[in-house]
Design a protein around this ligand. Structure first.
Ligand SMILES: Nc1nc2c(c(=O)[nH]1)N[C@H]1C(S)=C(S)[C@@H](COP(=O)(O)OP(=O)(O)OC[C@H]3O[C@@H](n4cnc5c(N)ncnc54)[C@H](O)[C@@H]3O)O[C@H]1N2
Ligand code: MOO
Length: 294
């Protein structure tokens, strides 16, 4: 058992090297926040899914506007051919410009979107006429299919924690479910004969103090989103400690108290008796161990 105090990176590496991998489960992508990725999810759809307008305005063929000038404006006929959701809009004919909304599919025949604010249009006869005094550059305000994420691309690396951004990315790319590690189960053991189980017993025992570490650590576990834990209080007495520390269902055992040099600091000895190997005794306050069962 080394007594040198390792830095945080070293301590984390030792922990990772000895932590057994948890089994995995499939969960819906929308419900995977805070889970650890076991198998990188792959984009089922490209993002954008189709050639999409980045702006509200008019979709048109840039070629048609090449000769536009203040002296000699180019006029186009505005057609209202929105792509209904899931339906590609009809192709544009020469000289037509289509009203288009941000995110809508760009019709065939158009290679550019002129933004609303730069467009000058007037009613002529029964229709709307768009007048251009400068050419519209090819490719303006169009997002290409797969520009953000190509189909098949891995979205989140193995071992990463899924963030809200990761959830949005997976759902945008059509991923229905993702393989993640199951939640680890944590057992929390407050040790110390001086700890009072409840406020009432403090009255009868003037030398006792409340078990504040237990509730604090439970709150910390909840804060990082770990849903499964059990908590236990054990007096500084070998049998009680042994019983308290054994939990076949726990993946992680967190104990508090009993690791320093007092006569009643029995945790390291008890753990070793139970078959644990101490890989890191990081400080007098921190014990990091691995159960013999793996
Ligand atoms: N002519 C102009 N067009 C746009 C301008 C501008 O100044 N002039 N601003 C652009 C900017 S910047 C932004 S930001 C967007 C703002 O768009 P809206 O807030 O009006 O939102 P929508 O047009 O409804 O949608 C935009 C885009 O996002 C997609 N969307 C909407 N909700 C969802 C959702 N729940 N999940 C996934 N995707 C969603 C929608 O389909 C569109 O693709 O306007 C620019 N345009
Ligand atoms: O207003 Mo938009 O917010 O530039 O993405």
């Amino acid at each position: 058992m080394g007594r040198a105090r390792p830095d945080v990176d070293t301590a984390l590496r030792i922990l990772r090297d000895h932590a057994p991998e948890l089994s995995t489960e499939m969960v819906p992508a929308f419900a995977a926040s805070g889970r650890v990725v076991a198998t990188p999810p792959l984009a089922q759809l490209p993002v954008p899914r189709f050639r999409a307008s980045a702006m509200d305005g008019f979709a048109l063929a840039s070629d048609f506007t090449l000769r536009a000038s203040a002296d000699d404006p180019v006029h186009m006929l505005v057609v209202e051919r929105y792509g209904a959701a899931g339906v590609s809009p009809e192709s544009l004919r020469a000289g037509e410009a289509a009203r288009i909304a941000t995110g809508a599919p760009v019709p065939d025949g158009a290679d550019s979107v002129l933004i609303e604010e730069k467009a000058v249009s007037t009613m002529v006869g029964g229709g709307r006429r768009l007048s251009l005094t400068t050419p519209v550059p090819a490719g303006s305000n169009i997002r290409l299919p797969g520009e953000d994420v190509p189909a098949g691309a891995p979205l989140v690396a193995r071992g990463k924690l899924l963030s809200p951004a990761g959830i949005g990315l997976m759902v945008a790319a059509g991923v229905p479910e993702v393989e993640v590690r199951r939640w680890p189960r944590v057992r929390l053991v407050s040790t110390g004969s001086e700890l009072a189980a409840d406020a009432a017993s403090l009255d009868h025992h003037p030398a006792r103090i409340p078990d504040s570490n237990g509730p604090m650590l439970m709150a910390a576990l909840r804060e990082i989103g770990l849903p499964y834990h059990s908590s236990h209080h054990a007096a500084d007495e070998a049998n009680q400690l042994e019983k308290g520390l054994i939990d076949q269902d726990a993946d992680i055992l967190i104990s508090t108290g009993g690791v320093s040099a007092g006569d009643f600091d029995l945790i390291p000895g008890t753990l070793e008796k139970l078959g644990a190997t101490i890989h890191l005794h990081a400080s007098r306050q921190t014990n990091i161990v691995r159960d013999a069962s793996g």
